[in-house]
Write a protein that binds this ligand. Structure first.
Ligand SMILES: [Zn+2]
Length: 321
């Protein structure tokens, strides 16, 4: 049964398209991670490590719905058997059954945000032969900079994904920070791919960041500086990750992630009970305990211009034990 979070009148539902072992040893996927990083990551998410030390990961999309109105989907999963992800993903996807279990008719999906064009995020966007948009009533939102890089990301996508979306007039390109609806913004978070984007839901009382692959493993919350081997531009990806996580850290935020063990992860991570923080800080509050906090003033843009150099060391360092 899909797991949901209710924020006022908004329901956010995690839809698991599949799960299984990653094809590559995790030490290769995160070459900078130390034994201390893995120790802390495995303590936080024991479900992310297999018996033989591999990486076990889910593949998720998320649905946002106000009341019983139109649905916004963030990402489109692995896709059916034979989809582009089939060459490496552990299983074919089961998103249609997950949508049904969540009470969502694909015809009610009016917006599909594609965080990026990797094959485990676009699987159900276009299906069949010839390919047709699976969500026939939806606008598919993609950053223009991601489309510009489509050939380098996957040379099969112009014909297999983009052309069918264009043929039905369902592709909508966005440029940078874009308000989608009141309280929902698309935030450019480049690096994992050139035009990667995340989605921020801010009700004034509570926030959910749909990360996409801004981070793909809890080890990158233990230490957001850690690069993932399949990032197109690791330095830019690191900057997007650390900047956005730093900027969100002042207000408790739920991270809705495709690949972490838990679909909703509090940010900042709760302080481990067995360790002593280096400096005092207030205990994290659960967003749903914050109903009466006044709405914050609109902060500065979440992604600031990229500095030429990162001068200061990371604040969120793993705590050796
Ligand atoms: Zn992914």
């Amino acid at each position: 049964m899909p797991l949901s979070r209710i924020l006022g009148s908004i329901t956010v539902t995690a839809l698991t398209d599949g799960e299984g072992p990653f094809f590559q040893p995790r030490a290769e996927a995160f070459p900078g991670a130390t034994a201390a990083h893995w120790h802390e990551a495995d303590r936080r998410e024991p479900g992310s490590v297999t018996a033989d030390g591999g990486w076990w990961l889910p593949f998720r999309a998320f649905a946002l719905r106000v009341g019983d109105g139109p649905v916004t989907l963030v990402d489109a999963g692995i896709g059916p058997a034979g989809s582009p992800a089939a060459s490496w993903a552990p299983v074919p996807g089961r998103l249609p059954a997950e949508l049904a279990a969540a009470g969502i008719d694909p015809a009610d999906v009016h917006t599909v945000v594609l965080t990026h064009l990797h094959s485990d995020h676009i699987g159900w966007a276009v299906t069949g032969t010839p390919g047709r948009p699976y969500f026939r009533n939806a606008a598919y939102l993609l950053q223009r900079s991601e489309l510009a890089a489509v050939e380098s990301i996957n040379p099969g996508l112009p014909a297999g994904l983009i052309a069918p979306l264009r043929a039905t007039g369902q592709l909508r390109l966005v440029d940078g920070d874009t308000a989608l609806t009141p309280g929902v913004r698309l935030l450019p978070t480049p690096g994992h791919t050139p035009g990667h984007q995340s989605v921020l839901l801010d009700t004034g009382d509570e926030r959910v960041l749909f990360t996409g692959d801004l981070l793909v493993h809890v080890v990158q919350l233990v230490d957001p500086d850690l690069a993932y081997a399949h990032e197109a531009d690791p330095a830019t990806a690191r900057h997007s990750r650390t900047t956005l996580l730093d900027q969100l850290a002042g207000t408790p935020t739920l991270l809705a992630t495709p690949h972490l063990t838990h679909p909703f992860t509090p940010h900042p991570l709760p302080t481990p009970p067995s360790s002593t923080p280096r400096s005092p800080r207030p205990p994290p509050r659960r967003p749903d305990a914050d109903q009466h906090r006044p709405a914050p003033k609109r902060p500065a843009p979440l992604i600031a211009p990229r500095p030429t150099d990162r001068a200061s060391p990371r604040v969120i360092a793993p705590r050796p034990r």
